[in-house]
Design a protein around this ligand. Structure first.
Ligand SMILES: *Cc1c(COP(=O)(O)O)cnc(C)c1O
Length: 395
């Protein structure tokens, strides 16, 4: 990474002049916190005693046997408090907010998972929390809206534009410009202007660091491939960070292909998008010829970010990571198989990564290890899955 926060041509700070000072303050504060042993100790203590880390590795014996090839091994982020990886990052950012003397947290959320993870740590640390959410998403994600409210957060409906995630992102940035003296903007993935992409990656790299050590302990060697789903890219970047220097470990990101790339109804920013500016950074994103952001589609609401973290674009171009696409029906098949073979109900997002591993395993030798990041649990997806199966005659 270059000092101005670029990964090759991607990243940077494409924001209003008024945000340059708060971003500089944040970068400075984060740089100090990163090197401060007391800060790191408090962060890891909360991860241990509150989030429940470390999360285990689980070998999928029956699933792997049924495929007749590589062993599929899961990194169990679904077992974290709040049921997904997102809390690793909100713990880190909320602690940083406290350290910077900020009194209030704001966030934006699409499917509501980041909103819940932010509201959770706001309650833990006793900070008021406002979450911006598109009015359409508020209707689609009612249970998460209720969760945020129970946790004491205020959910602010955004009626502008298409009333979805990208509009909520604009409103959150606007709030931050107006209130940056006392307010900390908690971004939920490895996107946004510098320093967010590297800061969020650092707070999620506990996934990859643990998984690397656990693999060595359990198998005496590294995995052959590390596979993770990519929405904005935080669970994938967290996993990849642990293996970036191990050139022999293939890194595989999996984007949501929705109804298929050709239909235009997908969320695959790297495979199906173009270079543009979103959320304060230059990155690959889904946009019209006129440069307007397109609303994404996936059966999995959490992969709905219309762009992707800039570091992923860089890893794609450099060839260090590859990015494939899994469609709705393949993700649902993988979901069913994990439920029935292993007794684990995965999040639909994570089911995309699992589907990619299921595709790859049969062609690989029995000794091969495919490490899949199980980014979250599927309880939140029950209604969606039932509706999808009904609509496709699979109930
Ligand atoms: C939000 C979410 C994702 C996608 O976000 P990334 O930043 O790409 O990790 C994936 N899995 C689960 C369970 C999520 O909640």
């Amino acid at each position: 990474m270059k000092p101005n926060g670029h990964f090759g041509p991607y990243g940077g700070q494409y924001v209003a002049e008024t945000l340059m000072a708060p971003l500089a303050e944040l970068a400075e504060a984060y740089g100090q916190a990163k090197r401060d042993g007391a800060f790191q100790r408090e962060y890891h203590e909360i991860l241990r005693d509150y989030v429940g880390r470390e999360s285990p590795l689980t070998v999928c014996r029956r699933l792997s046997e049924s495929l007749g090839g590589a062993r599929i091994v899961l990194k169990r982020e679904d077992l974290n408090h709040t049921g997904a990886h997102k809390v690793n990052n909100t713990v880190g950012q909320a602690l940083l907010a406290k350290r910077m003397g900020k009194k209030r947290l704001i966030a934006e959320t699409g499917a509501g998972m980041h909103g819940v993870a932010t509201a959770t740590v706001a309650a833990l640390l006793g900070m008021p929390c406002d979450v911006y959410m598109g009015a359409i998403d508020i209707k689609r994600q009612a249970p998460n809206v209720e969760r945020m409210r129970l946790l004491g957060a205020r959910v602010i409906a955004v009626e502008e534009g298409s009333a979805t995630l990208k509009d909520a992102m604009n409103e959150a940035l606007r709030d931050w410009v107006a209130n940056c003296d006392d307010t900390f903007y908690v971004i939920g993935t490895v996107a946004g202007p510098y320093p967010y992409p590297e800061m969020v990656r650092d707070f999620q790299r506990v996934i990859g660091d643990e998984a690397r050590r656990q693999c060595l302990e359990k198998f005496g060697r590294l995995p052959d491939q590390a596979i993770a789903c990519v929405g904005g890219g935080s669970n994938a970047m967290g996993l990849f960070a642990g293996f970036l220097d191990d050139r022999e470990v293939k890194l595989v990101g999996v984007e949501a292909g929705g109804k298929g790339l050709a239909t235009g109804e997908h969320a695959a920013s790297i495979n199906g998008g173009r270079l543009g500016v979103l959320h304060g950074a230059k990155t690959m994103l889904l946009q019209t010829d006129a440069g307007n952001i397109i609303d994404t589609y996936s059966v999995s609401a959490g992969l709905d970010y219309p762009g992707v973290g800039p570091e992923h674009c860089y890893l794609h171009d450099s060839g260090r990571a590859e990015y494939s696409v899994i469609c709705d029906d393949e993700a649902i098949d993988a979901f069913d198989r994990l439920c029935r073979c292993e007794g684990i109900i995965p999040a639909l997002e994570s089911s995309h990564a699992l589907a990619e591993a299921i595709k790859r395993a049969p062609a690989l030798p029995k000794e091969a290890i495919l490490l899949v990041n199980l980014s979250g649990r599927g309880d939140k997806d029950m209604e969606n899955i039932i509706a999808y199966k009904k609509a496709h005659g699979r109930a």
